[in-house]
Design a protein around this ligand. Structure first.
Ligand code: BES
Ligand code: ZN
Ligand code: ZN
Length: 496
């Protein structure tokens, strides 16, 4: 998408549609032009009337009488519930929808200079994420004209706006890449294909990458991952990508761990058929981590980051791992598999071990781990589990700043005995069926390397949406890419 920063007076901006953002107290852009001012005034009255009715609206005024422009106006403020700038992104995406409906491709947004950089970034995000439509698997109607976007600001704001826009473009495009990964069907995005994607990404950005295939996994003792993947035609992989900045401002080495089940049938403890198709998206954690690595490659933050992704296809087959088997993990602990559907934690046990081998100081893991978390928090919040107060604060702040919703849940020692087993060191599911997301976290906790600060994000409810969610069309959400980039930015800002 071509994005330019315009500093001309509004009435001279050439576009198919000009979007003038409006919030309580006035428009976010002013104009000296009589006709435009008149239009803004009328619109303000309209907004006030509709806001009192709490209605959504969006108008495309073709006959504004201003130059050749269509004038598109919209309201920004939609209640106090919304996290930072979410309503602005929703508005931007609505504007895009309207333009698409009317086959308009040149879109200009006017932003007032006092709020320009952050608002411009939110608009760009709303436009890029809102316009994303995955047509790769359609046999017709695949092509759409590319949008051209102009952000109209006063000349003194242009430089800061350009920087904010460039960052927003890099992160939003990386998020769309994550959405494509999630949407790709399991017969296309196999663990091997995910590894190929990771290798290409790493090469593109000058990062080091290692891939362990099924033979290496077995030989080197990554038996949890090997067992989870052994029933499939598409064998498992563990992928490690290493990014080393020229100069690290942050002293700590960060590991991003992602659950990458390209499909989760439940294995022999098979899932019900009506919702099983969604388990195509059981690699939302891997998508988040790869999306973040793409954004890191583009923006090159001064932080050492290692990505560890465990990818497998949990299938049903004579060779598939069985309930009742006992598997020895890489750290020597034995795991009784009571349920083959609790496979993510097995794969993650290997990834957490590798993060330790890589000498990470801090680990953030992203995993579509439990149905329990989506029952508790729904589709707007991922569950955050950490015993590290500082990590909790920074991740929650990043959530507030980005709109990737996150809510803290407890890691409860009291529940740890539920994972005991009389034959092995631990069971892969808890005797107590309640609080499944907490038991899963307790399971992971016993594989977190010593002296490592760790946060676990259970993203089962947020990684994909069946219906439109805010400004995202149905499908993969790319959850976690913005959150990771913002948390890194906050940490770097505090260190420097
Ligand atoms: N991949 C699922 C979790 C999931 C559920 C993700 C719904 C997205 C939407 C995971 O592997 C799983 O099956 N978990 C089980 C664990 C249970 C067997 C202890 C669950 O949550 O039911
Ligand atoms: Zn499962
Ligand atoms: Zn799963």
């Amino acid at each position: 998408m071509k994005i330019t920063i315009e500093t001309k007076p509004l009435e001279q901006v050439k576009a198919d549609a000009l979007v003038v953002l409006h919030e309580e107290g006035g428009v976010l852009a002013q104009s000296e032009n009589e006709a435009l001012r008149h239009h803004f005034d009328n619109f303000s009255k309209d907004v006030a009337a509709k806001r009192s009715k709490r209605e959504w609206f969006c108008t495309l005024a073709k006959d504004s009488g201003v130059a050749t422009h269509h004038l598109l106006l919209d309201s920004v403020k939609f209640g106090d519930w919304a996290p930072h700038d979410e309503s602005l992104k929703i508005t931007a995406a609505r504007a895009v929808d309207l333009c698409r409906q009317h086959s308009l491709t040149k879109l200009a947004f006017a932003v007032h200079h006092t709020v320009a950089p952050t608002k411009a970034a939110a608009i760009v995000e709303g436009v890029i994420l809102g316009d994303f439509q995955d047509t790769r698997f359609k046999s017709s109607d695949r092509e759409r004209a590319a949008l051209e976007l102009k952000i109209v600001v006063s000349p003194d704001a242009a430089k800061d706006v350009r920087a904010a826009v460039d960052r927003a473009v890099a992160i939003s495009e990386a998020q769309n890449m994550a959405r494509e990964l999630l949407n790709a069907p399991n017969n296309v995005l196999t663990p091997e294909a995910m590894a190929d994607h990771a290798v290409a990404l790493a090469k593109r950005h000058g990062m080091k990458v290692t891939v362990l295939d099924e033979k290496q996994l077995r030989k080197q003792g990554y038996l949890p991952t090997w067992n989870v993947g052994r029933g499939s035609e598409y064998p498992p992989r563990i992928i490690v990508i290493r990014y080393t900045p020229k100069k690290a401002v942050l002293r700590e080495h960060l590991a991003l761990v992602g659950k990458g089940m390209t499909f989760d049938s439940g294995g022999l403890c098979i899932k019900p058929g009506d919702s099983m198709h969604r388990m195509n998206g059981d690699m939302g954690g891997a998508a988040a981590v790869l999306g973040a690595m793409e954004a890191i490659g583009r923006l090159r933050p001064p932080v050492r980051v290692t990505a560890v992704i465990g990818s497998a296809h949990n299938a049903v087959d004579g060779a598939a791992y069985h309930p009742g088997c006992i598997i020895t993990a890489k750290n020597g602990k034995t795991i009784y598999v009571e349920n083959t559907d609790a496979e993510g934690r097995l794969v993650l046990s290997d990834c957490l071990y590798i993060a330790g081998e890589e000498k990470a100081d801090v680990i953030w893991d992203f995993a579509t781990l439990t149905g329990s978390v989506s029952a508790a928090l729904g589709s707007a919040y991922a569950g955050l589990f950490t015993e590290d107060e500082a990590l909790r604060m920074v991740l929650l702040e990043a959530s507030q700043n980005t709109g990737d919703g996150l809510w803290p849940l407890p890691i409860t020692r009291e529940y740890e005995p539920s994972l005991k087993h009389h034959l092995a060191d631990m069971n892969n599911i808890a005797g107590d069926r309640k609080a499944g997301a907490i038991h899963a976290t307790n399971f992971l906790k016993s594989f977190v390397p010593k002296d490592t600060r760790w946060a676990h994000l259970d993203i089962a409810g947020v990684a994909q949406h069946d219906k439109r969610f805010r400004y995202l069309r149905p499908g993969g959400s790319g959850y976690g890419v913005r959150l990771t980039m913002e948390a890194i930015r906050l940490l770097v800002e505090r260190e420097s």
